[in-house]
Design a protein around this ligand. Structure first.
Ligand SMILES: C[S@@+](CC[C@H](N)C(=O)[O-])C[C@H]1O[C@@H](n2cnc3c(N)ncnc32)[C@H](O)[C@@H]1O
Length: 190
C-alpha cells in the first residue's frame, strides 16, 4: 500500500470514495476506554472514520494528513453531524513537521508508520498520563505488491519511547485481513 509519500495516490483514492465515511477501526472502538478524556491528535487521519468516532464520544479532535481531499471530506462529515473538528495539512515525510502541532491528551496513529525518531518526539506533544495509540499492519503481516516491508509496524519502532511511556496494552490479531497490532502507551507523569 502506498502508505507514505504519494499524495496524488491518496487524493485520488479519497476523491473516488463514496459520500460517507468508513466504519471506525475495530481496535479503536474496542479500546476507547483507555483514552484520556480531552483532546486527540489523529495522525494521518485520512477522511476521518476514527476522528468522527472520537468526536461522537466527546473528544476534541485535530486531524492531520497530507491529503487535502481527505481533510475536506472529514470537514464535510463533521459538519453534517454538527461536530467541530480541527484539521491541518501536514506532510509527515518532513522530519520536523510536527514541531508546532501542540500538546494533546491522546495521539492516535492508525495505519500509518511514523519513523522511530518521530515516535520518540511525541513525548513533547502528549500531556502527563496521556495515551499514544498505534494500530496497523504488524511485523508478521504478509508482504505483497501493495503492502511493503517498510510499511509494517515493528516492535523496535518504539525503542525511543521507553523513558517516557509505559506500554499498557499490546494486542495482536491474525485474521483474514492480515496481522494487525495495537500498541497502547501511557505517558509517565513528570
Ligand atoms: C491507510 S490510510 C489511514 C487513514 C486513517 N488513519 C484511517 O485509519 O482510516 C493512510 C493515510 O496516510 C496519509 N499519508 C500518507 N503519507 C503521508 C504523509 N507523508 N504525510 C501525511 N499523511 C500521509 C494518507 O493520505 C492516508 O490518509
Amino acid at each position: 500500500m502506498e502508505y507514505m509519500g504519494n499524495r496524488e495516490y491518496w487524493d485520488n483514492k479519497f476523491a473516488n470514495r463514496s459520500d460517507s465515511p468508513l466504519n471506525p477501526e475495530k481496535s479503536v472502538t474496542e479500546n476507547i476506554t483507555y483514552f484520556k478524556k480531552g483532546s486527540v491528535l489523529d495522525i494521518a487521519c485520512g477522511d476521518g472514520r476514527n476522528a468522527l468516532f472520537l468526536l461522537e464520544n466527546g473528544f476534541q479532535v485535530t486531524g492531520i494528513d497530507f491529503s487535502s481531499k481527505a481533510l475536506d471530506r472529514l470537514k464535510t462529515f463533521a459538519k453534517r453531524n454538527n461536530y467541530l473538528v480541527n484539521t491541518k495539512q501536514v506532510d509527515l515525510s518532513i522530519s520536523n513537521s510536527l514541531k508546532d502541532i501542540g500538546i494533546f491528551d491522546n495521539i492516535l496513529i492508525n495505519h500509518y508508520r511514523l519513523s522511530k525518531e518521530q515516535l520518540g518526539d511525541l513525548e513533547n506533544h502528549i500531556t502527563d498520563n496521556g495515551i499514544l495509540f498505534v494500530c496497523g499492519f504488524g511485523h508478521k503481516h504478509k508482504v505483497d505488491s501493495k503492502i511493503r516491508k517498510e510499511d509494517l509496524i515493528q516492535p523496535t519502532d518504539f525503542e525511543n519511547l521507553k523513558r517516557s511511556f509505559e506500554l499498557i496494552e499490546n494486542i495482536e490479531n491474525d485474521d483474514d485481513r492480515g496481522f494487525f497490532v495495537t500498541y497502547i502507551f501511557r505517558k509517565r507523569s513528570a
